[in-house]
Design a protein around this ligand. Sequence first.
Ligand SMILES: [Zn+2]
Length: 286
Amino acid sequence: MKIGNYKLSIIETGTLGLDGGAMFGVVPKPLWVRTNPADDSNRVKLAARNLILENGERKILIDTGVGANWDDKFKRIYNLDQSKNTLFDSLKTSGINPDQITDVILTHLHFDHTGGAVIFEDNKIFPAFPNARYYVRKKQFEWANNPSDRDKGSFVKDRFYPLYEEGILALIEGGHEFEEGIELLEINGHTFSQQMVKISDSSKTLLYCADLIPFASHFHIPYVMGYDLQPLITVLEKKEYLARAVKENWIIFFEHDPEIVCATVESTEKGFSAKETFKGFPDDQQ
Ligand SMILES: [Zn+2]
């Protein structure tokens, strides 16, 4: 898919499982299980789907998946499955070497977004993309270094702090324009200072909405994750961005929906729902 000067490619990096109750907050299981079946441990399946934007000069990766170097206990708890896809394999399939990546935009620092940002060799940690500059919002970085007892399990420091130590992690404040046609949108419901990535030209807009709307089923406003630090802020943010998505016919790109890669949105009597869903980019579906 092309938007403006950028060629977009989907980068699948495997799947994981998270508790269905935590993924849907106050919504009763008989409702969410219809769209997101649970396994024996009540986990639902999540993709860890990233996006790459390429023009002549830049190769910009958005988020990095769960990554490698996890112990068996972690793999078991989160039902990590990278047998079909890994970050590096998917990049290779798209013809990209890690050293060609110029920029890595991290939406936030939860381990399922930053795990692939570093690699482990000989008990040492290195940036996975040695020639890239990484970007995260300053407030998110500060929170990730000093989270609450409730959410500290979501941040694994050795997956992002080494980038800071290397001096390659840019801490963004203010201004939203990343490059022409690429806007970073700050939201605060899920965690503090998450950033979504809006890619647009005169005819198309795609929103990489990260953990504001992890699955297509989260288009329903009350479907808010139990993980969210400020769930009522998530409600407001979803209403604001989904209204814009309807009005301007945005393509919503899901980082975590295991089946649906993209969708457009419509307003209904009950709020919002998917208008059309796609298992790839909309223009790849013929
Ligand atoms: Zn998250």
